[in-house]
Design a protein around this ligand. Structure first.
Ligand SMILES: C[S@@+](CC[C@H](N)C(=O)[O-])C[C@H]1O[C@@H](n2cnc3c(N)ncnc32)[C@H](O)[C@@H]1O
Length: 263
């Protein structure tokens, strides 16, 4: 590919991004240069990045598990660590599963699972209209429906008790810790995507109760959590009648829990 005519701006842009605290300044500079078709557009992007807007919101996409996922402003940016949740979920899915990506945000997990599994049914859902619109952009071309509403509320009732896999990267940050999240998250992602209530488990508690009802016997729930919350989460999954198992990945600094509905 021919180098962009804007490449001559790269050294100054790298220095500016680095001074603003961007750890991967070179990579970011290349991505911003590739995204801009004029010097004015590049200046606009650079100014906003230096002001603290998430790179992915400026580019309009994020890389997740090797795929390019559209991410609109205000929508949760899929994190690298969530790759563990997706692989833990895929590992327990079984053949031709019926799969629901609950709290789907951009729909990143559903997008990856669509390629990894051969689901007989796959759908996604979120409460936030901006997330639903974004997920529809990612998933409609694959024929995957995206529902809007509170947890299982909008899911067609014919799937109650018939789902083989429910994946849910629900918010799990305790309300008191939201204020100390990195500014990019705190200022540019919707509070509903981050705030998990007093103990961080308020949404997951409801996900667990719903999963016990919506999973088929032998089906699995897969959720992400912090390592420090895993024990409490396992307690509430057990109370909901599920059988939890914790998975951890040091390299990704990620923890996921799969929980089976007994047959
Ligand atoms: C941490 S983000 C994860 C998004 C996506 N799963 C991902 O990993 O990139 C949590 C998502 O849960 C959604 N959410 C929060 N409460 C919800 C609820 N009660 N019902 C449905 N979605 C909810 C938010 O709108 C947000 O998109």
């Amino acid at each position: 590919m021919a180098p962009s005519p804007l490449s001559s701006d790269r050294p100054a842009l790298v220095a500016r991004l680095r001074a603003a605290g961007c750890v991967y300044a070179e990579d970011e500079a290349d991505l911003l240069i590739a995204a801009a078709d004029t010097a004015e557009a590049l200046a606009w992007l650079a100014d906003r990045r230096v002001a603290g807007l998430p790179l992915e919101h400026l580019l309009g996409w994020a890389e997740f598990c090797g795929l390019r996922v559209a991410v609109d402003s205000g929508v949760f940016v899929p994190r690298g660590r969530t790759a563990l949740l997706v692989s833990a979920a895929a590992a327990v899915a079984g053949p031709a599963p019926a799969v629901l990506d609950l709290c789907c945000g951009s729909g990143a997990a559903a997008l990856v699972l669509h390629g990894r599994l051969a689901p007989r049914w796959l759908a996604a859902a979120d409460i936030d209209p901006a997330a639903v619109a974004c997920a529809r952009r990612n998933l409609a071309p694959l024929g995957v429906p995206v529902y809007q509403g509170d947890l299982f509320g909008p899911i067609p009732t014919e799937w109650r008790g018939r789902l083989d896999l429910v994946v849910a990267n629900a918010p799990y940050v305790p309300s008191g810790a939201v204020a100390i999240l990195p500014t990019e998250a705190r200022l540019h992602e919707a509070p509903v995507a981050l705030d998990g209530g007093v103990d961080g488990l308020a949404v997951l508690r409801r996900v667990a109760a719903g999963a016990a009802e919506w999973l088929a016997p032998g089906g699995h729930l897969a959720v992400e959590i912090s390592a420090g919350q895993a024990e409490a989460l396992c307690g509430l999954l057990t109370e909901a009648g599920l059988v939890p198992r914790v998975v951890h990945d040091d390299d990704l600094d990620a923890t996921a829990v799969t929980a089976r509905r007994p047959a």
